[in-house]
Write a protein that binds this ligand. Structure first.
Ligand SMILES: Cc1cc2nc3c(=O)[nH]c(=O)nc-3n(C[C@H](O)[C@H](O)[C@H](O)COP(=O)(O)OP(=O)(O)OC[C@H]3O[C@@H](n4cnc5c(N)ncnc54)[C@H](O)[C@@H]3O)c2cc1C
Length: 399
């Protein structure tokens, strides 16, 4: 497409933008264009681990993740069955004080309707024969949690949207993004894209794009890492994803007997245009230590690949989904704090409903209230990203 006018222009073809395009198309909103200077899943969505768990901070998180889970199961069953499997999610600790907090979290998750139970060392050892659990003080298992291949679900959403008429505009660098009367205008290589409704769903680039439009929101991009490993011998059988609370490492099964391990949050701002994209030695050393203690059967694994990606933090760890305050027609869907794969489907569905309902300015619908961008007083002071996989309750007012 050289130039064109859309009802909705979505910036970003990661899992968020593609899921939103799909849901807009399902609701008959047209024409919709998704613009990305890169191919789909070029950002964090092509670098994520794809863990989908309901052991989360708040009721909102649990509900949107459950919606995503159902949708990913259904869409992958239809288009790429190997891209989704339910293997369960385990959290373990050897620290009695952390075990007490884990027990509190277990009660909270149950109050949100999460299927989760305490699990003993012997049962764990049966589920995870590569592990060593004789020192644990506490462990919980949510047996229906899952893994999805992040690039696959992004592509599935994009193709489903394309099948319903959404236009995708890839690969041409943006030269300008401005407001022209009631419309937003994006200029790139050849021609321009215009729309009255602009949704910025550009992951770690969202901060700079909103700043460019003159409407900054509190977002901080940060780097996080993962690695793909091949255990010795025949490789790993399917096992529950395990998160070791003492080291903050998680490990999940991957196709062909491989395993995927990752860690949490770097507490400094990263630039998505200029970050170190490979995994660093300190991360690999930490992963090796964690495996030799907790998963000794995987300790002699060969590292096939290690990489980093850039996620986006918000001050309260809830995403920003809805209208940018004070700007008619400008919306945001970003700030997933490292959990954007599991949140995207549910959040996209809710934002698409809101846009289809006419996106009234009367305040947030209940479905989006905890993530409404207007909850912050602006300008917001600088803040540091907080770690991802923690046990405390979120600051969701509905908790
Ligand atoms: C190592 C790692 C492990 C992770 N593990 C998990 C996990 O297990 N579970 C989970 O839920 N989440 C996980 N995440 C987080 C998850 O990857 C992100 O939250 C999610 O992918 C964010 O999706 P997004 O679509 O918002 O952003 P992105 O996927 O980053 O997409 C943003 C897009 O915007 C595009 N863009 C850039 N500039 C512009 C522009 N000017 N205009 C338009 N578009 C532009 C980019 O090219 C990119 O395609 C992990 C992340 C990493 C890095």
């Amino acid at each position: 497409m050289r130039s064109g006018r859309s009802e909705v222009l979505v910036l970003g073809a990661g899992v968020a933008g593609c899921a939103l395009a799909h849901h807009l198309a399902l609701r008959g909103i047209a024409p919709v264009t998704v613009y990305d200077p890169n191919p789909p899943a070029a950002g964090a969505s092509g670098r994520a681990a794809g863990v989908v768990t309901e052991q989360l901070w708040s009721r909102f998180d649990v509900e949107v993740t459950r919606e995503s889970h159902r949708e990913y199961a259904e869409m992958c069953r239809r288009w790429e069955p190997a891209a989704f499997f339910e293997n369960g999610f385990v959290r373990v600790t050897r620290d009695p004080a952390v075990a007490a907090i884990l027990t509190e979290a277990l009660e909270r998750w149950r109050s949100f309707g999460v299927n989760v139970d305490a699990i003993g060392a012997e049962t764990l050892a049966r589920r995870l024969p590569a592990g060593r659990f004789d020192d644990i003080a506490g462990a919980v298992l949510s047996p229906y949690d899952a893994c999805v291949t992040p690039s696959s679900i992004t592509t599935i959403y994009a193709e489903a949207a394309r099948g319903r008429g959404v236009a995708f505009d890839f690969g041409q660098p943006m030269t300008d993004l401005v407001r022209d009367g009631p419309e937003f205008v994006l200029r790139r290589g050849m021609g321009e894209l215009r729309a009255r409704t602009l949704v910025v769903a550009a992951g770690a680039w969202t901060k700079a794009l909103l700043l460019r439009l003159g409407h900054p929101l509190p977002l901080v991009p940060y780097r996080t890492q993962a690695a793909l490993l091949r255990p010795p011998g025949a490789g790993a059988e399917e096992f529950p994803t395990i998160h070791d609370l003492d080291t903050d490492l998680y490990v999940r099964p991957e196709a062909m007997g491989r395993i995927l391990g990752g860690d949490g949050t770097e507490r400094v701002e990263a630039d998505p245009e200029r970050f170190v994209a490979g995994g660093d030695d300190a991360f690999l050393a930490h992963l090796a230590d964690g495996l030799s203690h907790r998963l000794p059967g995987f300790a002699a694994s060969e590292v096939l690949r290690a990489w980093a990606g850039v996620c986006t933090a918000t001050p309260d760890r809830r995403p920003l989904v809805g209208p940018v305050p004070g700007v008619d027609g400008l919306f945001v869907m970003a700030g997933f704090n490292g959990f954007g794969i599991m949140r995207a489907g549910g959040v996209a569905r809710r934002l698409a409903d809101h846009l289809a309902d006419g996106a009234s300015e009367d305040g947030p619908p209940e479905t989006l209230a905890p993530v409404w961008p207007g909850r912050f007083t602006l300008p917001h002071p600088p803040f540091v990203p907080r770690p991802g996989f923690t046990l405390e309750a979120g600051d969701d007012p509905r908790c």
